[in-house]
Design a protein around this ligand. Structure first.
Ligand code: SAM
Length: 279
């Protein structure tokens, strides 16, 4: 371990004690039946705790220099595998089929903050059947992801993750718990993924286009936002009628609109554009 110099470019702020990793593992919902994918094991502080609670851990680490360190540290652990790869390039379905063919799978990570959103969206959009995803993120990101519709922090990312999972803030973590300390405090959050999502749009692409439109410009009305996004396919009058049908007023703002209503709107838009049976 001596001689390893932490790399800022990989977001290497390592947890310095066992206390926080142990709490992350304890509150992650991971059981002795579970396989775990850990993203960014670093020097292995969280890995050690995950190995204590899970059946098997597969860790994905981008930094080649950490591979011999981790290999040596966990040499005696039969249920540990290490993949030297950028997580964004890993085929997770293949990994799951290879390493966890008959296990429920969870994800756990102290995330590299520079790619928090792409990692989370890859994990959620991929529909890999994860039971839980427990991650350390920046405090502000945690606030945003755990906010409720109508809160000032609620945005497109919140609406998107809420489609896949319920999100809960587990506990805060001070910057001083890391080496080197990041510029911001952090928090651990947990996603419990839905077997059946609470809203079921007929077309996910339209649903996410409606979410993007609704939150793109906060001061715009939902009607104006939808006009900008769909003006090539629907008239203003058609969109206004859909908003009325959804039980909303014409001056409602997108940011105040929950997923159930956005789903209703997206289905109407989809059927207006494509024809077919309406709900
Ligand atoms: N788990 C360790 C801990 O809690 O102390 C390290 C966490 S550190 C915040 C983030 C880790 O993710 C680092 O080990 C870093 O090298 C790794 N990492 C950064 N980018 C990555 C990527 N694209 N794919 C896989 N690992 C990555």
């Amino acid at each position: 371990m001596s001689g390893f110099i932490k790399k800022k470019k990989y977001g290497q702020n390592f947890l310095t004690s066992d206390r926080i990793p142990a709490r992350i593992a304890a509150e992650s919902g991971i059981t002795s039946e579970c396989g775990v994918i850990e993203i960014g094991p670093g020097l292995g502080v969280l890995t050690k705790q995950l190995l204590a609670v899970a059946k098997k851990v597969v860790a994905i680490e981008i930094d080649t220099e950490l591979i011999p360190i981790l290999t040596e540290k966990f040499a005696d652990e039969e249920n540990f595998r290490l993949i030297n790869e950028d997580v964004l390039n890993v085929d997770l379905d293949k990994l799951i089929a290879e390493h966890f063919p008959d296990m429920p799978v969870c994800v756990c990570a102290n995330l590299p903050y520079y790619i928090t959103t792409p990692i989370l969206m890859k994990l959620l959009e991929g529909k890999h059947g994860f039971i839980t995803i427990t991650v350390m993120v920046q405090k502000e990101v945690a606030q945003r992801l755990c906010s409720k519709c109508g809160d000032s922090e609620y945005g497109a990312i919140t609406a998107s993750v809420n489609y896949y999972a319920s999100v809960k803030r587990l506990f805060p973590v001070k910057a001083g718990s890391f080496s080197p300390p990041p510029k911001v405090d952090s928090a651990v959050i947990r996603f419990d993924l839905y077997d059946t999502p609470p809203v079921a749009p007929v077309d996910e692409n339209t649903f996410f286009a409606v979410i993007r439109a609704a939150f793109a410009q906060r001061r715009k009305t939902l009607l104006n936002a939808l006009c900008t996004a769909f003006s090539d396919r629907l008239s203003r009058d058609e969109l206004a009628a859909i908003i009325t049908e959804a039980g909303l007023t014409q001056d409602v703002r997108g940011e105040k609109t929950d997923n159930k209503t956005l789903c209703f709107i997206s289905d109407k838009i989809f059927f207006n554009i494509n024809g077919g049976n309406q709900k």
